[in-house]
Design a protein around this ligand. Structure first.
Ligand code: CAA
Length: 384
């Protein structure tokens, strides 16, 4: 492997691998059927330091680096992608945004319980008419004395129902395009915050995805994250890290699909021999493993750049683009190699196939990742 992991990273990987396969894997298939939120598992993950991994210990985080985080997230996704997306949003977009932009009292009040995993966090940017283009959002926040009054509807919010704290973006100035968007920390049970429709999804079924409706929801001034007008920057910076997380999640699911396939093709016999002896199968297997490895190197590279404090927007989008498309190819091949059995609920590959489908969509579609990459290339003054 080109990228060499240090002892601490290897230790985290091995600890999370064991926990994931012994604990998380046990109920993943059942939760996919029942859609039951993995609350107790997330609690245990909090105790293991997995919910605020990159947050300093003074705010009850683990103080780990991003490489360790992507290793851990991949291991959780290996067993249950639904649990992994909750972990990903919590770590990358929610905790890191508060750590980066929050005041000392916000860190004390909101970051500590989030980083320790005592509370689940959500990030509400998307709206019914504003997905890839979040600047066109219409939720408003109007200053009223010592507070802001929020009105609007957010859509497709991961952990919308199960979260205790939501970072929500809203327009504080209609005239200023992205500079008129601000971010607020809103607590569960704040009057006027209503959990709306809970989506019935194709995959990631144990993670809730909901509408959040704000109806004259009053938020105190001290819950403004950053300054007025910082909301879009907070979201974009958070999504840079979030995209590395989705790439790591893709690797976990792809690896699980590959491992399940190896097990199956060694057992399954047709034409008098194990199907793993057929060249057509072997070539597919080799392509799957090669693609996973390529994605892994891209993720490590983006994570390491983030850890070194370099600008990593392009690499995060490249990792997300390649890894999320890779896992869709890999899970499709895995299902194909399982034949008719792959199409049944008796084998996990059909869940992997369904779970992977959203990875090219959320936290920026593949098309948006290409926009980000191309924009950065065209801005680069070192290039002709
Ligand atoms: N980091 C910091 N700042 C950034 C940035 C980044 N990565 N990207 C853009 N900005 C800044 C720009 O510098 C610019 O600021 P200035 O004017 O001060 O220079 C400002 O933001 C506007 O930039 P653009 O003009 O490039 O903005 P745009 O409107 O053209 O949009 C986009 C750019 C990349 C398409 C962006 O809208 C985007 O990423 N869209 C996809 C949204 C998305 O990923 N949604 C996912 C929802 S969240 C989710 O899925 C979470 C979940 O629950 C799982």
């Amino acid at each position: 492997m080109f990228f060499k992991l240090n002892d601490e990273q290897l230790m985290i990987q091995s600890m999370v691998r064991e926990f994931s396969r012994k604990v998380i894997a046990l109920t993943a298939m059942e939760r996919d059927r029942t859609k039951e939120f993995p609350a107790e598992n997330l609690e245990k993950m909090g105790e293991l330091g997995l919910m605020g991994m990159m947050i300093p210990p003074e705010y009850e985080g683990e103080g780990a680096d991003t490489v360790s985080y992507v290793l851990a997230l991949s291991e959780i996704a290996y067993s249950c992608a639904a649990t992994a997306v909750v972990m990903s949003v919590q770590n990358s977009i929610v905790c890191e945004s508060i750590n980066r932009y929050g005041s000392e009292s916000q860190k004390e009040k909101f970051l500590k319980p989030l980083a320790a995993g005592r509370v689940i966090g959500a990030f509400a940017l998307t709206e019914p008419e504003a997905g890839s283009d979040p600047v066109s959002q219409t939720t408003t926040a109007v200053r009223d004395g010592e507070g802001y009054i929020l009105n609007g509807t957010k859509r497709f919010i991961t952990s919308g129902k199960n979260s205790g704290i939501v970072i929500v973006t809203a327009k504080t100035d209609e005239e200023k395009r992205h500079k008129g968007i601000s971010a607020f920390l809103v607590e569960k049970y704040t009057p006027g915050l209503i959990v709306g429709n809970v989506e019935d999804k194709m995959g990631l079924r144990a993670s809730d995805t909901t509408d959040l409706i704000f109806e004259n929801c009053r938020v105190p001034v001290e819950n403004l994250l950053g300054k007025e007008g910082d909301g879009f920057k907070i979201a974009m910076t958070g999504l840079d890290g979030g995209r590395i997380g989705i790439a790591a999640q893709s690797i976990g699911v792809a690896q699980a699909a590959l491992d399940a396939t190896i097990k199956y093709i060694k057992k399954r016999k047709q034409f008098g021999q194990q199907i793993s002896k057929f060249q057509g199968i072997r070539w597919m297997l080799a392509d799957m493993a090669t693609e996973i490895e390529a994605a892994r190197q891209l993720v490590f590279s983006a994570a390491a750049m983030k850890d070194r404090g370099e600008k990593f927007t392009t690499q995060a989008s490249m990792a997300k683009l390649f890894a999320s498309e890779m896992v869709n190819r890999v899970t499709a091949k895995a299902l194909q190699m399982h034949g008719g059995y792959g199409f049944t609920k008796d084998y996990a590959v059909e869940r992997f196939y369904r779970d992977a489908r959203v990875f090219t969509i959320y936290e920026g579609t593949s098309e948006i990742q290409r926009v980000v990459i191309a924009n950065q290339l065209l801005k680069d003054k070192r290039l002709p």
